[in-house]
Design a protein around this ligand. Structure first.
Ligand code: ZN
Length: 458
């Protein structure tokens, strides 16, 4: 049956990589100046921009709402913050860079000596030109972050300090976008939207996720794709608390973070370790022709911690390039628009799309002629093995698919065992389907070998 919209493989080959790279970078650039936090207008402004291109459902959850072991916190907003030196000059100014104020700071106004002020000033002595990123979400305090070289230049005297912030009952804001597929089984993509002017962590993830949603909405996928844009930790917990039923339909998932730096891709496996998403991403990375690494699950990192908590144990991995904490610019003003590369964003996007194409095509088949090798020649399959046409099928891939299609192995298992790209194995499976040597297995249906059958009775 012909489909009106492209499937994901067709979508992938229709995209112009340069245009895609420029589009992704432009979005990071546009979102960069906004002062975001776990709650407040910065998140709303960010989602508002994403909404221009996506049918995004924005959800507001009131302060005080219980979400599992947590409570939705107060809403934080800020208009200005500064430190004035004894001569009245602004030596630290929120309007110059939003990292200058400790995110979620309580409001403050007063005059302090330099010594009184020091405990509220945070710097990175090893990187004296960078402003650190600090938060005070769960212990009410205030503070400023500044370049270490600027701290060293401060002289004794009285400093006027002001933080025009508000912490009030309001809402936690998150958003989701659903691309319906043929199946109600879902693929979840999650990105955090709570960091202020930091580009790789995590506007890169927000940009890649939102453009995946935009382009997938023009395709006809097998799975239903759900994109969630949530404040880190509390947002993911809030989403899970309100969507336990939906979560049970998540069959594959990815957290996207730090996907824009020049490093090679890193995939962190789900808690399950051998879930389809783990095997799909690993297959894509293995045969991409560039370096990459795969690391095991750990209960630390981004929102995979919540999706992979034992009460959910969702098959959700995390795609990064250089992992968080392993690039020196992490959580500082040096995580800026120069750290993020347009081509790295596009490469991350295409790797995710390739992994989705694998998930869409992965199936479990049964060899319809399992006693001895079937005769390929009389079914025209040898013809496909010669030459290098688009329909060219690898002989070894054909033999592996025939051999392992006993209902116990899916195509991803076969690709791993044969050490072949998924695409190669899938092409072989399609040729065998055409030759009627394969059919899709019903759930639980397997080939029972004669060696496993009980001896005949008397
Ligand atoms: Zn972070």
């Amino acid at each position: 049956m012909r489909r009106a919209s492209p499937d994901i493989s067709e979508l992938r080959s229709s995209l112009d990589v340069d245009d895609l790279a420029a589009e992704l970078f432009a979005l990071v650039e546009r979102l960069y100046p906004i002062c975001r936090s776990i709650t407040g207008d910065g998140v709303r402004a960010t989602l508002g921009i994403l909404q221009e291109d996506l049918p995004l459902d924005v959800v507001e959850v009131p302060t005080g709402t219980e979400v599992f072991d947590w409570v939705v916190p107060r809403e934080w907003n800020i208009t200005d913050a500064y430190v004035e030196d004894p001569a009245g000059r602004r030596v630290v100014d929120f309007k110059e860079h939003n990292l200058h104020v400790v995110n979620y700071s309580i409001p403050v106004e007063g005059t302090f000596t330099l010594d009184e002020l020091r405990p509220h000033l945070h710097t990175l002595p090893e990187h004296p030109d960078w402003i650190p990123y600090r938060t005070s979400y769960y212990s009410p305090t205030w503070g400023f972050c500044l370049r270490h070289k600027d701290l060293l230049a401060l002289e004794d005297g009285n400093y006027r300090v002001r933080i025009d912030s508000s912490l009030e009952d309001g809402h936690l804001t998150y958003a989701e976008c659903v691309i319906p597929g043929e199946s109600s089984d879902e693929v979840l993509v999650s990105s955090h939207v709570c960091h202020p002017s930091l580009a790789n962590d995590n506007l890169s993830g927000v940009a890649v996720a939102s453009r995946l949603a935009k382009y997938l909405s023009g395709s006809r996928p097998r799975y239903t794709y759900r994109f969630v844009f949530v404040p880190g930790t509390i947002g993911a917990i809030t989403w899970l608390a309100r969507n336990t039923e939906t979560a049970s339909r998540v069959k594959h998932g990815l957290v996207l973070t730090c996907v824009g730096d020049a490093g090679e891709p890193t995939y962190k496996r789900s808690r399950q370790g051998v879930a389809d998403i783990d095997r799909a991403v690993e297959n894509v990375l293995t045969y991409a022709g560039t370096d990459s690494s795969v690391v095991g699950f750990s209960p630390y990192g981004y929102d995979e911690r919540q999706y992979c908590s034992p009460g959910f144990d969702l098959p959700v991995g995390c795609l990064m390039r250089t992992p968080w904490g392993q690039f020196p610019e992490y959580h500082s003003s040096a995580d800026d628009l120069e750290l993020v590369r347009a081509e790295a964003l596009a490469d991350s996007f295409l790797k995710v799309l390739s992994a989705f194409a694998v998930l869409e095509e992965n199936r479990r088949y049964l060899n319809t002629s399992p006693f001895g090798e079937p005769q390929l020649g009389k079914r025209g399959l040898y013809r496909l093995m010669g030459g290098s046409t688009a329909e060219h099928v690898d002989e070894l891939a054909l033999l592996w698919v025939l051999n392992l299609s006993d209902g116990r192995h899916d195509l991803l298992d076969i690709a791993a065992r044969a050490d072949l790209p998924f695409e190669e194995v899938n092409r072989a499976a399609r040729a065998l389907l055409d030759g009627e040597l394969l059919r899709e297995a019903e759930p639980g249906e397997t080939i029972e070998p004669v060696s496993a059958q009980p001896p005949a009775g008397p």
